[in-house]
Design a protein around this ligand. Structure first.
Ligand code: GLP
Length: 263
């Protein structure tokens, strides 16, 4: 894992967005795994600027959302379908036909999950998956004890997650109890994974995910086994890590950075 400690949310957005910009320039039809939540908003803002300046064309890229609530109306402002279309598809001028969100309103949810896995495969797999992290260590909606081999499926939301997400709804009882989420195995199949997090309330989860044992009770720790996983966080989210000095040193002396600084 590469750990990048940033000054603020804007820097997190810039560094993570630059990976996507490089990728889409190299491969205009790249498949990007999209996350909801507040953490990736800085990435989308940076990408939106690049699109507005004519420096990035996302119109041929594919998008696959990580997750969706079960039973929520598509038009509900907090359905992940709405969030992804509002925050990503529109702002980045993506082709809506190429952007997928698991169908939380399907009559047969299990088939919808299988169809989602198939759609990812049809697109040639996810090139770069963006993930945030829940305060309990979930990625997507893979709650603690999710199998490291799991695929897109129906999950029950943890009480902690419903409480955390209640801020987006009028009251706690309006937060759905079930969701569809890409599995940890699905996420691990992405060619690259970029986890972004900011704030002290993420510090415990980040410390456990990065420096704790790989364990199903800490779903984000699965990323320790990924060949190309980058964790981009602010000082507050990094505040409970042990080896920050090393992470800063490794980032500052990274050969690619030395090369680009020299150019
Ligand atoms: C939700 C999403 C996750 C996200 C998490 C953290 O539960 N399903 O994908 O990472 O919230 O959200 P935030 O970035 O707002 O803290």
């Amino acid at each position: 894992m590469e750990i990048v400690i940033c000054e603020d949310a804007a820097e997190i957005g810039r560094i993570a967005a630059s990976k996507i910009i490089d990728l889409v320039r190299r491969k205009p039809t790249a498949a990007i795994g999209l996350a909801t939540g507040s953490s990736p908003l800085g990435i989308y803002a940076e990408l939106a600027h690049a699109v507005a300046r004519g420096e990035l064309d996302m119109s041929r890229a594919h998008g696959f959302a990580l997750d969706e609530y079960v039973g929520i109306e598509l038009e509900h402002p907090q359905s992940y379908y709405s969030v992804i279309h509002r925050e990503v598809v529109e702002r980045l001028s993506m082709d809506p036909a190429r952007v997928h969100v698991p169908d939380g309103r399907a009559a047969d949810l299990h088939s919808a999950c299988d169809a989602y896995e198939e759609a990812i495969e049809q697109a040639g797999g996810v090139d770069l998956q963006i993930v945030g992290i829940g305060s309990n260590g979930h990625i997507g909606f893979n709650e603690p004890t999710s199998s490291f081999g799991s695929r897109t499926r129906v999950k029950a939301l943890a009480p902690q997650t419903r409480a955390d997400n209640a801020r987006f709804f009028d009251s706690l009882d309006q937060v759905p109890t079930l969701c569809l989420t890409q599995g940890l195995g699905t996420i691990m199949d992405a060619r690259e994974v970029v986890l972004v997090a900011q704030g002290e309330h993420k510090a415990d989860a980040i410390a456990a995910a990065v420096e704790g044992p790989m364990a199903a009770v800490m779903p984000a720790s699965v990323l320790q086994g990924h060949r190309y996983a980058t964790v981009i966080i602010d000082e507050a989210a990094a505040s409970k890590l042990q080896y920050t000095e090393y992470y800063r040193h490794a980032w500052n002396t990274k050969p690619e950075r030395a090369v680009s600084a020299a150019v």
